[in-house]
Design a protein around this ligand. Structure first.
Ligand code: ATP
Ligand code: MG
Length: 321
């Protein structure tokens, strides 16, 4: 069952001057299954926030269809199920964290007891215990970000849309947020978030979409995108003369007295290993090197390269470092 489905989403903005049209979203298609974490990845200006605002009804799309749980995203029922953390949350800074959460809760007609319990639990959950009565003007960016997440969760939504939730968080805050997002998935919630931070994404997303210049470049299960893509094989060896090694394989690099050879496929592995041993070399390891999300992302950033060719890491040709 799909929690979110976006079909053929297009959005243009007009400049004030001469009313020139800018095509910002050029037909976005993506889908998020219920109960999964979807990472929406793209460089600055790619169209992530614009897409999110169209899903939330904060911007009107020019064309396309957006469904939440199979229902039009514009319906009140759909919107009630969503919790939203904006890219740069801005709150009244004369309120305290607790007052802000009570205010947010009042927008959802929740019972007073329920609100008290939820506010206390959320403050604890996002790591703001001890700061609940501090005025927000004294909050750091990371603390505002944590509070933003608490307000997104105040009505216990089953679908969370988080625009750059990791921005402004220190490494501990990022780890806490990853743990929190994973625990929300455990509770059966669906999470859609945008980020530039590839490592955070790789550690937790089920599915990833890469957007570039308003078009989707990749969309699929992270496990499939990555496991499909053994990029190359690496043989690490030692105790062999460099000139002998160069006769076996020109594509190698030297690090800490060991040599790393790069083979584009597994067909030559046995032969290369035998040649190294024959020349008195020692095999230290043979590793298949898989694509990381970063490799996939950088491949997509290069317009004329097919998606799955060649490592992002530069291949080394017989250079000793
Ligand atoms: N209201 C607007 N009027 C005109 N252009 C806009 C408007 N909002 C966004 N844009 C343009 O649309 C493009 C996409 O912006 P968007 O904010 O969606 O990017 P993003 O992927 O969220 O980037 P970032 O990673 O920097 O947050 C940018 O070129 C931006 O200048
Ligand atoms: Mg943005």
């Amino acid at each position: 069952m799909k929690a979110l489905e976006i079909k053929g989403l297009k959005k243009t903005f007009r400049s004030n001057f001469l009313l020139k049209k800018y095509h910002i979203l050029k037909g976005i298609n993506l889908s998020v299954e219920k109960g999964e974490i979807y990472g929406f990845l793209g460089p600055n200006g790619a169209g992530k926030t614009t897409t999110i605002k169209c899903v939330l009804g904060l911007l009107f799309a020019d064309h396309g269809e957006i469904l939440i749980d199979g229902q039009p995203a514009a319906s009140m029922a759909s919107r009630r199920r969503i919790g939203y953390l904006p890219e740069n949350p801005f709150f009244y800074d004369y309120l305290s964290a607790r007052e802000l959460l009570f205010f947010s809760a009042s927008l959802f007609n929740l019972a007073a007891d329920e609100v008290r319990d939820r506010v206390a639990a959320l403050i604890h959950q996002v790591g703001l215990s001890g700061h609940q009565d501090l005025k927000l003007r004294k909050f750091s960016k990371g603390m505002i970000q944590r509070l933003g997440l608490a307000q997104a969760l105040i009505h216990n939504p089953d679908f969370l849309i988080l625009d750059e939730p990791f921005s402004g968080l220190d490494p501990i805050g990022r780890k806490d947020l990853r743990t929190l997002i994973l625990s929300l998935r455990e509770q059966g919630k669906t999470i859609f978030f945008s980020s530039h931070i590839l490592q955070d994404m790789e550690m937790m997303v089920d599915r990833v979409g890469i957007i570039l210049n308003g078009s989707m470049r990749r969309d699929g299960k992270l496990s499939e995108l990555i496991s499909r893509s053994t990029q190359y094989y690496e043989i690490i060896c030692s105790h062999i003369a460099e000139k002998e090694l160069a006769k076996i394989q020109t594509n190698f690099a030297c690090r800490d007295g060991q040599y790393s050879l790069t083979l584009p496929s597994d067909s030559d592995i046995n032969q290369v290993v035998e040649s190294i041993i024959h020349n008195n070399g020692r095999i230290v390891a043979v590793n298949p090197v898989k694509m990381t999300l970063e490799d996939i992302f950088f491949n997509e950033m290069q317009p004329h390269r097919p998606a799955t060719t060649g490592p992002h890491r530069p291949a080394t040709t017989g250079d000793s470092r």
